[in-house]
Design a protein around this ligand. Structure first.
Ligand SMILES: Cc1cc2nc3c(=O)[nH]c(=O)nc-3n(C[C@H](O)[C@H](O)[C@H](O)COP(=O)(O)OP(=O)(O)OC[C@H]3O[C@@H](n4cnc5c(N)ncnc54)[C@H](O)[C@@H]3O)c2cc1C
Ligand code: FES
Length: 329
């Protein structure tokens, strides 16, 4: 049994229990979201004792070297004294410059970092609210060229962060950006490689970022951008997709709805089936998958079975608290 101290909480970590579960059980106020080692919301820093290396996977080496770790997947061998990440390398203050509704339940915010913030299109950042609430959002634009970071946020009925963004955050609101993280980024060097960018809902945000980056690098191979939603109302971003398609011969856009009917350029059918019908052989393709966790999981399997190699499939599942595994009882 190991013991963990954080703020005023001092607690034993049970067998099969993570540091996060132990601290929450003892009433500590630790931010978290996915509980699966993905979103990095629960990042803490070991100030005494050794951070478990398995809980440092995916963190930038500089942060890992400074003792940062993800509390939700941390099962320490030694007693630990932990602190909040504090002034992290890679964390910058930022200001919301504008907020715009893109669909009934999707809001776009654009943020100006107050210091240089190096993020690639398609990666995700952790947005930290002034009270410490943290959630991950993927970057839709060429932030280095534009000078701002664009995020698309689906507004959930009881969502703490997304509701706040939709109703309370406004131009001038100060937040912090942490990260970036994630490997859903364009890989330069193979300009003729065919690309499949597929996702649902606000999964469109990183896919747009990756497509824009590929085109900026002069990508010549076909770029198939496929966006699915439950209903036509969920398919936002049609104008932007049409602009990309018109201005680049190699961009093919497919939009589909699960609960039809299709109309105009929107086809009826589940995204995985539409992809299988239109692109049955993905040998030699690079694949990017973002959005709802179930769809991302299905598409990872399907695209692999259709011939894409494992190291050419990049995926970000948008896990929320609703997807988080329950704490052990
Ligand atoms: C890598 C990554 C990238 C992401 N990128 C994006 C993006 O670009 N755009 C985007 O819109 N989202 C993205 N997400 C999801 C995002 O991080 C948030 O999880 C999402 O916005 C919901 O946050 P929230 O605070 O509004 O909702 P929360 O308050 O976290 O609640 C989420 C849902 O869970 C329910 N819930 C809350 N607590 C519990 C509980 N204890 N048990 C069961 N259900 C519960 C709520 O009712 C709600 O429906 C991404 C996630 C990851 C991991
Ligand atoms: S990484 Fe720990 S809560 Fe998401």
């Amino acid at each position: 049994m190991t013991r963990v101290r954080f703020d005023t909480t001092d607690v034993d970590v049970g067998e099969n229990e993570s540091v996060l579960d132990a601290l929450l059980r003892a009433g500590a106020d630790v931010p978290y979201s996915c509980r699966s080692g993905v979103c990095q919301s629960c990042c803490l820093r070991a100030v005494e004792g050794r951070a478990p290396s398995a809980a440092q996977l995916g963190l930038p080496p500089t942060l890992a070297a400074l003792g940062h770790f993800l509390a939700c997947v941390a099962h320490p061998q030694d007693d630990l004294v932990c602190a909040r990440p504090g002034a992290l390398a890679g964390a910058v203050d930022a200001t919301i410059r504008d907020r715009e509704s893109l669909a009934a339940d999707v809001v776009r915010i654009r943020l100006t970092p107050n210091a240089p913030f190096d993020v690639k299109p398609g990666q995700y950042v952790n947005l930290v609210r002034p009270d410490g609430l943290v959630r991950s959002y993927s970057v839709a634009n060429l932030a280095d060229d534009d000078g701002f970071v664009e995020l698309h946020v689906r507004v959930l009925e009881h969502g703490a962060m997304s509701r706040w963004i939709a109703t309370s955050a406004s131009p001038g609101t100060a937040v912090t950006l942490r990260g970036p993280a994630g490997s859903c980024v364009y890989v330069p060097g193979s300009p003729d490689e065919p690309l499949l960018l597929a996702g649902s809902g606000t999964g469109l945000a990183p896919l747009l970022g990756i497509a824009r980056d590929a085109l900026r690098h002069g990508h010549r191979g076909p770029i198939h951008l496929m966006h699915g939603g439950r209903t036509a109302a969920a398919l936002y971003g049609g104008d932007e997709l049409e602009r990309l398609r018109r201005s680049h011969d190699n961009v093919v856009v497919t939009r589909c709805v699960l609960d039809g009917p299709g109309h105009g350029d929107v086809v009826e059918g589940a995204l995985d089936r539409v992809i299988a019908a239109r692109l049955p052989d993905l040998t030699g393709w690079r694949v990017y998958l973002c959005g709802h966790p179930d769809l991302v999981r299905t598409l990872q399997q399907d695209t692999f079975l259709a011939g894409a190699s494992l190291d050419a499939i990049h995926a970000d599942a948008f896990l929320t608290r609703a997807d988080a595994p329950a704490a052990p009882s």
